[in-house]
Design a protein around this ligand. Structure first.
Ligand SMILES: [Zn+2]
Length: 253
């Protein structure tokens, strides 16, 4: 690992810290679109915070899109917040390989309508940073602690948590796990995100020479974007230890 340039070094704020992209993605006319699986732009460009696309299906308050930047809860990462056609998205739900967006029942959208989609970028960026922090911590804990099993994980905007079955006090490993995670973060390593099976919509992230892990979340370009992290232990009982992960600048005292 080498300490590379600090071009992407984050500043100290709990808000989004990278300039999001905004692009017109779809210039297809309404009559020209073909209905199919929603294209997940949040995978090909997880830094895109606004998108113009088309509505491909409407069923009462639930709609589908031709393409989307709006992540739906999966793999422990919470859904994005935002709007479609100016209407707040109330829930985003993964249904097979599609995503259903529920709007207020009085929305006027129809199949074929052109819509502008926007996500709450500071929220998404915090989710991406905490998601990758959790990935690093999970990988390192699995290597440092013998006889430990992950039994749950959740990534929210203010913190991530990972639950483990173990009889040990997990905080004994915090110094080594924190030091190793922070070294990987500071090394500014590129994070590869790609399909392992595109037809089945299976994805992975990889840091060459470190790990390759199946995951359908949205990932950073570089480890350095995670910034400083803090770990907290919570004993949730019944042989389960919880690690809470905070971004350093947002960490509770
Ligand atoms: Zn993941």
């Amino acid at each position: 690992m080498s300490i590379a340039s600090i071009v992407s070094h984050p500043t100290n704020t709990c808000q989004g810290r990278s300039t999001p992209n905004c692009a017109i993605r779809n210039k297809t006319s309404v009559s020209g679109y073909t209905c199919g699986m929603t294209e997940k732009i949040f995978w090909s460009d997880p830094y895109l915070s606004a998108l113009d696309t088309l509505v491909t299906a409407v069923d009462s308050d639930t709609i589908q899109l031709k393409e989307t930047i709006f992540y739906a809860f999966s793999g422990g990462q919470e859904s994005d917040s935002g709007t479609i056609g100016g209407y707040p998205v109330q829930t985003a739900t993964k249904v097979g390989t599609d995503i259903h967006y529920r709007l207020a029942p009085d929305h006027p959208l129809r199949t074929g309508d052109a819509v502008h989609v926007e996500i709450d970028w500071p929220r998404r960026y915090a989710l991406m940073r905490l998601h990758f922090a959790a990935e690093l911590v999970l990988e390192l804990v699995s290597r440092e602690v013998t006889a430990i099993e992950k039994v749950g994980a959740h990534i929210a905007q203010d913190k991530a948590r990972i639950d483990f079955k173990t009889t040990e006090n997990i905080s004994a490993y915090f110094p080594i796990v924190s030091a190793k995670a922070q070294a990987i973060i500071e090394a500014d390593l590129p994070i590869i995100s790609a399909f392992s099976d595109e037809a089945a919509q299976r994805r992975y992230w990889e840091i060459p020479d470190f790990a390759r892990v199946p995951c359908g979340g949205t990932h950073l370009r570089s480890t350095r974007e995670v910034g400083g992290i803090r770990l907290k232990r919570k004993n949730v009982g019944k042989g389960t230890e919880r690690i809470e992960i905070y971004l350093a600048e947002c960490s509770p005292s």
